[in-house]
Design a protein around this ligand. Structure first.
Ligand code: FES
Length: 64
């Protein structure tokens, strides 16, 4: 499923990129995919995707 139509970025590609701990923001997520924001319609979805990918890591760290 495409999350960013302008850059043809799919959910799986973005999830993999967002799991990199060095990717800390939506602009960095675009950059890691070799893209940049264009229309901006996907920005909220990109932020939600980053939160969803990182929640299991946060929960695991909190349990330690
Ligand atoms: S849909 Fe992502 S920048 Fe347009």
């Amino acid at each position: 499923m495409y999350v960013c139509i302008c850059n043809a970025l799919k959910h799986g590609q973005l999830s993999a990129a967002a799991s990199d701990p060095q990717v800390e923001s939506v602009p960095q997520l675009f950059q890691s995919c070799g893209a940049r924001p264009r229309c901006g319609r996907c920005l909220d979805d990109m932020a939600d995707l980053m939160t969803a990918v990182r929640q299991p890591q946060s929960a695991a760290l909190a349990a330690e």
